[in-house]
Design a protein. Sequence first.
Length: 119
Amino acid sequence: QVELVESGGGLVQPGGSLKLSCAAPRTPFSTSAMGWYRRALANQRVLVAAVSSGGSKTYADSVKGGFTISRDNAKNTVYLQMNSLQPEDTGVYYCNADGRVTDPESNYWGQGTQVTVSS
């Protein structure tokens, strides 16, 4: 069974930083696009940042300049460095491994990790 294991969430004051990690040991990691999503209103997950298998990065406009996504293919792990956090960044963050380019069945989600930005 494929499982994505997220860590690094928590409570931080405005202006602070957190680094999220997502280990994906049994996914086709090197050929998967990896992304971080945040649960929004209506229980939808909106993209925060993504990195393709080739290393191209995409960010939501609201986090550009503050968040950095990176991946370590040797460790099957993706990271999200979040700096200058603000209360509006609060939410549950989910890791996604999307390998559907090579395998139509390969799309996996983590359980989510809570990030709370509050003074």
